[in-house]
Every structure is written in structure tokens, then in C-alpha cells.
Design a protein around this ligand. Structure first.
Ligand code: KIV
Length: 304
């Protein structure tokens, strides 16, 4: 079990006792060995426990929290304060995966100083091991370099960057022309040069990813970027079907939990309305003598 100071309670997670906590050297080693890296998002204690139990390598508290758990239609409204609360809960549920906190929109764009201050809060207050930021142009690469210089590891993110989806023409695949694909390669290289320990490739044609991979030395984690990456990431709510609709084409659904939740709450509501719940096994008992005395006390209080 991790000795992270923010783990305030004993984990009841069935984690493999032989599994080593994920570190940056171990992650780099996985790439060298060609072992697929597994990453998933999490936003609270139960989702963190599921990630721990599955033995994933990397957990991202994504700003996708804005849509998955906060009900917004874009990622931009989520605030740093929201991310700190969510990431702290995830921290308490993890022992072995590396915990990465997304820097939300507006929390790092202004200056390198602002980016460092935000990253430090994610580490100090929420217990993140690393942070992620979006984009690979000059400014994001400079922010990444500054944060890394302050001692916080950074994961980059290129291709479809949801925080700037409007500027990119909407939530759609990127790099579908030679020029656009070359720009993605340029951004990934800039993030690698800045010192990022890994880079997310999102919504990029599989053939483009394949062309770029040979020039990237750090682990590349794909989401909708095909099979050539070093690992894959999916949003927790997408892969478990905790959402309305199917989601993007790259999502593979492994469960239908929204349906199960709806069915469970409906069954409970029916039981309450039919007075089937609570049954005797759901109630507490009292000694009959105490009950008799209570009746006397209540009668006396009522003046009977
Ligand atoms: O916020 C998020 O969930 C992400 C992943 C899609 C990589 O950035």
C-alpha cells in the first residue's frame, strides 16, 4: 500500500499485494518493453477503488468531470476548486496507480507562474503525483516546461483538446489533412522537448498516429487514436455506460451501469410505494419491557 500522506483511511480495495506503485521510471520501462499501459479516468472514491481493483497503471482525474459528474455540456466550466475536491477523493481510493490531475481551463493559460501555482495546488492539496495540460503550441509547451522546472511531472495532450474544441471547429477528429497531422507531430515533439513524461493523443486517425509514433520517445496514451500508441485511456463513465447515448465512436462499452442504476432506483421507489420496504429485517428491535415503559411515559406525557 502507498504511504501517501493524503490516504487518510485504510483501503478496503482488493489490490494485488505484490503490485508495485507505478512510478515514472516504471512507466518508461513499460514503453521500452512494449507492454501496453492502461489508463482510466476517475472522479471519486468508488471509481478510484474500481481502478485500483483492476490494477490499472495510470488514473486521470480528467476535466471531463465537467460533463461526466457535474452535468455540463463542455469541459470548460469545471473550476480548480472542483478538481481539487474530486482529486482528493480519488487519492483516498488509490494505492498503486500514478495519479494525474487535469489542469482545468483558465487555471494555467495566463502565465507560467499561474501554471506552476495551479500544479502545486493539485499536488499539495489533492495529492496528485502529476498533472496534465492540453495543447502543444508555444504557450502550452512553455507552461509544461515551467511546471516541470518546479518539480511537478507533466503529461501533455494533443489532437482533440476539448478545452479549446470551439477553436478547433467542434468535438471532431483532428489531423485529417497532411498539414494538420504535421502540426500534431510538431506539438507532441514540443511537449516531449519540454520534458513531459507522457502524452495523450486524442481523436487522431490511426494511420497518422502510426506515422508519428517513431519520433516520440515518451509513452503515448491514445483515446480514439488507434492501436499504435503505447497505451489506451477511456473515460470511466463511457466504458461503463454511465451516460445517455453511445458517446464517441472510439468508445467500447463494457457495462451498462446507467440502465442498472435506473432499474435499481425504480425498484426501490416501487417497494416504498407498495410498502414492501422496509421489511422486518431492515428494522431495529427494542426490549419489550422498554417498549412497555415507553408507552407509559408517552401516555403520561399526553395526560392520559
Ligand atoms: O478529461 C479527460 O477525461 C481527458 C481524457 C479524455 C484523456 O483528458
Amino acid at each position: 500500500m502507498s504511504s501517501h500522506p493524503n490516504i487518510a483511511r485504510t483501503l478496503d480495495v482488493p489490490s494485488d499485494p505484490g503490485r508495485l506503485p507505478m512510478t515514472l521510471p516504471l512507466l518508461a520501462e513499460k514503453k521500452r518493453r512494449g507492454e501496453p499501459v492502461v489508463m482510466v479516468t476517475a472522479y471519486d472514491y468508488p471509481s478510484a477503488r474500481a481502478a485500483e481493483a483492476a490494477g490499472v497503471d495510470l488514473v486521470l482525474v480528467g476535466d471531463s468531470a465537467a460533463t461526466t459528474v457535474l452535468g455540463h455540456s463542455a469541459t470548460t466550466p469545471v473550476r480548480l476548486e472542483d478538481m481539487l475536491v474530486l482529486a482528493s477523493a480519488v487519492r483516498r481510493g488509490l494505492a498503486t496507480p500514478l495519479l494525474i490531475g487535469d489542469l482545468p481551463f483558465g487555471s494555467y493559460e495566463v502565465s507560467d507562474e499561474q501554471a506552476i501555482a495551479t500544479a502545486v495546488r493539485m499536488v499539495q492539496e489533492a495529492g496528485c503525483d502529476a498533472v496534465k495540460l492540453e495543447g502543444g503550441a508555444e504557450a502550452p509547451a512553455s507552461r509544461a516546461r515551467a511546471i516541470i522546472g518546479a518539480g511537478v511531472p507533466v503529461m501533455g495532450h494533443v489532437g482533440l483538446t476539448p478545452q479549446t474544441a470551439t477553436a478547433l471547429g467542434g468535438w471532431k477528429a483532428q489531423g485529417r489533412s497532411a498539414q494538420a497531422a504535421a502540426r500534431i507531430a510538431e506539438h507532441a515533439l514540443a511537449l516531449q522537448d519540454a520534458g513531459c513524461f507522457a502524452i495523450v493523443f486524442e481523436a487522431i486517425p490511426a494511420a497518422v498516429t502510426e506515422e508519428i509514433m517513431p519520433v516520440i520517445d515518451v509513452p503515448v496514451i491514445g483515446i480514439g487514436a488507434g492501436p499504435a500508441t503505447d497505451g489506451q485511456v477511456l473515460v470511466f463513465h463511457d466504458l461503463l455506460g454511465i451516460r445517455d447515448g453511445l458517446g464517441p465512436r472510439f468508445v467500447k462499452r463494457y457495462a451498462n451501469l446507467q440502465q442498472e442504476m435506473n432499474a435499481g432506483v425504480s425498484a426501490y421507489a416501487e417497494d416504498v410505494r407498495a410498502r414492501r420496504y422496509p421489511a422486518p429485517e431492515h428494522t431495529y428491535s427494542i426490549d419489550p419491557r422498554e417498549l412497555a415503559e415507553l408507552r407509559e411515559l408517552l401516555a403520561a406525557a399526553a395526560g392520559r
